[in-house]
Every structure is written in structure tokens, then in C-alpha cells.
Design a protein around this ligand. Structure first.
Ligand code: NAI
Ligand code: 15L
Length: 265
């Protein structure tokens, strides 16, 4: 059991899910966000923090022996907020972790690091990056930071390229990219349990029939996703027509993110 697990982005969708489901993983959960959070319950600490504030991030990370880094901009946005949260914020986090004895980190990366691969390609975890926007580029930066801090200092990070982690898949593309909360929780438990983690790239995807990603290189983690989006197919078919054959959501793994412009400030 960890002593104190830091969850950044605790006010967000995945942060709230983790707050509820990862309680048994640590004696204390330290929950942080720039947005409002529910008050601390027993075994919790609520610590507001802007990831762009280096001194505040250093204090935030001190005393933690594990970090789940969900905080940051999670969709395509102008470069300013992405720079603050996902570039400067990630640098601040890694420097704070270095000062705090290198707690193991789960870095929430994204399928948008490889979004321009087409849906007819099956990807191992060592393919060249093909980000589909500034958000995807910022996640490539985070992955590169994890790799460099591992090579230079031995910092361990699980780079989880999350597909689509929501209670249910929301459209036809997500039948391929869906990661269930249960599978994500079991992945995080495996990441903190494995004796030697290193700095693997892990596809964050459930055992969907139509998945595009091959996790065989990280079999040593012992993680076996058990959910399958197929159970939602009929519901999605009934709710919406599938995208046209040439629509971005049907062509590219990153779906509609590939059609986003560069947003102005
Ligand atoms: P979310 O947008 O709901 O949560 C992100 C949280 O980060 C928000 O509560 C926000 O207030 C906080 N944040 C933003 N800027 C900040 C700053 N400067 N300082 C401190 N906190 C800041 O996103 P969600 O869905 O919970 O995702 C969590 C993480 O997982 C994100 O990093 C996202 O990029 C990544 N991810 C999520 C996927 C999903 O399917 N939910 C898919 C791929 C990646
Ligand atoms: C992401 O990276 C986003 O954070 C999330 O909101 C979804 O859009 C997801 O990717 C996806 O590709 O479905």
C-alpha cells in the first residue's frame, strides 16, 4: 500500500472516478486541481494548485510516494493554456518529483499522440508519433519528458495512452478506443504493484473486439483488461448513424480531433 498518492486533475472526469475507486491503493489520497473539488473526506487531503506554478507544484508533490497525473488541458485548445498546463505543468511535475525522491508516476497520455494513423492500421507501442493537434503534441512532450527523466535519473513512469475513458463508448469510433473505468483501475493497480516498472508506453484500451492497439510489449505488467465495448454496439447503432466512409471519425484513429483547426488565443 502507498502512503500518500497524489492525483492531479482530481476535479475532472477521470480524477473523480479515481478518487472514488482508488481509495484502497494508499493510506492518504492527496487530491489536487485548479478547479473546485469536493471537501476532503477521511483519508483525503485536498490541495488546490495551478500546475504552472513551480513552487506550488514542488510543495504539492513533497511527501507523496505515487502520482497519477491527470491534470491539464484534455482537448484541443489555443496554445496558451496548453503551454501553461501541459508543457510547463509537466516540467514542473517532473522537477518536483525529482526533488521528492522520484515517486512512481502514471502519466495520462492520449491516443491523440498517434491520431493521424488510419483506423485500418494496428499499432504496437513503438510506432513513430503522429499527433493530430496541439493537444496531441503536448502529450508527445509529456511522453518525451517521462522518457528523458527515466534515462537520466531512473524516474519510473507508466505512460498510458488512453483511448476514450468514459462510462460507456459515445459513438462508433469509441467502440475501438473505449477504456472502461474498471479496466483503468486494474491497470493502475498493476502499475503500482509491479516490482520494476521502467517507462513503458501502455495502450489504455479495454478488450474491445475492434481495438487498434497491441499491448503485447507490456505483458510483464500482468494487466488483463476484461471489458469489451461490443456490449454497447446495438445501443450506439440505435442512437446514431455510423460516420460516412470518408469522415474523419471513420478514417483516423484520432477521429474528429484531426479536423480541429489551430485555435487562436
Ligand atoms: P478533464 O478535463 O475532465 O480533467 C482535467 C483536469 O485538469 C480538470 O479538472 C482541470 O481543471 C485540470 N487542470 C487543467 N489545467 C490545470 C492547471 N493549469 N493546473 C491544475 N489543474 C488543471 O479530463 P479527463 O477526461 O478527466 O482526463 C484526465 C487526463 O487524462 C487528461 O490529462 C487527459 O488529457 C487524459 N486523457 C483522457 C482521456 C479520456 O478519455 N477521458 C483520453 C486520453 C487522455
Ligand atoms: C482525449 O485525449 C480526450 O481527453 C478525451 O476527452 C476524449 O476526447 C478522448 O481523447 C478520445 O479520443 O475519445
Amino acid at each position: 500500500m502507498l502512503d500518500r498518492l497524489l492525483i492531479t486533475g482530481a476535479a475532472g472526469g477521470l480524477g473523480q472516478m479515481a478518487r472514488e475507486k482508488l481509495r484502497p491503493l494508499a493510506k492518504t489520497l492527496r487530491l489536487s486541481d485548479i478547479a473546485d473539488m469536493e471537501p476532503a473526506k477521511q483519508g483525503e487531503e485536498v490541495v488546490p494548485c495551478d500546475l504552472a506554478d513551480a513552487a506550488a507544484v514542488r510543495d504539492l508533490v513533497a511527501g507523496c510516494d505515487g502520482i497519477i497525473h491527470f491534470g491539464g488541458v484534455s482537448v484541443e485548445k489555443p496554445f496558451g493554456p496548453i503551454l501553461e498546463a501541459n508543457i510547463i505543468g509537466v516540467y514542473n511535475l517532473y522537477e518536483a518529483a525529482r526533488a521528492a525522491g522520484q515517486p512512481r508516476i502514471v502519466f495520462a497520455s492520449s491516443n491523440h499522440t498517434i491520431g493521424y494513423y488510419t483506423q485500418d492500421t494496428y499499432l504496437t507501442n513503438d510506432v513513430p508519433l503522429r499527433p493530430d493537434g496541439l493537444y496531441g503534441v503536448s502529450k508527445c512532450f509529456g511522453e518525451a519528458m517521462a522518457s528523458m527523466y527515466h534515462d537520466k535519473f531512473g524516474q519510473e513512469t507508466a505512460i498510458v495512452r488512453i483511448g476514450s475513458c468514459f462510462p460507456e463508448p459515445k459513438n462508433h469510433r469509441m467502440l475501438s478506443t473505449w477504456l472502461s473505468a474498471g479496466d483503468f483501475v486494474s491497470l493502475i493497480n498493476s502499475i503500482f504493484a509491479v516490482p520494476r516498472l521502467g517507462c513503458p508506453i501502455i495502450w489504455g484500451v479495454s478488450d474491445n473486439d475492434t481495438k487498434w492497439w497491441d499491448n503485447s510489449a507490456v505483458a510483464y505488467l500482468g494487466w488483463r483488461p476484461t471489458d469489451n465495448s461490443e456490449v454497447y454496439r446495438a445501443k450506439i447503432d440505435a442512437a446514431m448513424a455510423p460516420p460516412g466512409r470518408d469522415a474523419p471519425d471513420a478514417v483516423y484513429q484520432g477521429g474528429l480531433f484531426t479536423a480541429e483547426p489551430i485555435h487562436e488565443e
